[in-house]
Ligand binder design. Sequence first.
Ligand code: SF4
Length: 154
Amino acid sequence: MLCISQKNSEDSCKVFTCKKNRLQTKKFAVVPFSKRVVFVPHCMRNVAVCAAVEKNSCYVCVECGGCKISEISKLVKELNYQALYVVKGGRAIQHIIKEQVPKAIVGIACFFEGAQAFKMLEKENVAVQFVALTKDGCVDTDANLIEVAKVLEI
Ligand code: SF4
């Protein structure tokens, strides 16, 4: 159960990320799929079966079907996105942006991490759309695939 201050903080992150999403939707929509990357948190992996390969500060999903990242990865390929990264943390995101220079980003995370990412990316010339996890925490997190697909296809 969340304490009152945690609840307030989550609410303010929710308001902040919704506002940022709205403000950046048009900018995001005009970026071709091939110039967009997707960041998925590693806590969505099913660690009991995950066959992803660890690479630097990311995991390379091999679409084993053990978690929803498999479906997200397939859709990202179908749409011809630049890449999908299963990231271990915020630093990985900064590093990838510097190296790959995407024009747009779809980030899946909890509201707190989403708000942090919007702040971190404020000075970058990149359009961001955020999808909130439906179940957060450090392991076994979850996201709504319909919501994810909706944002990927904008
Ligand atoms: S679908 Fe990908 S990320 Fe999920 S458990 Fe399998 S290899 Fe790991």
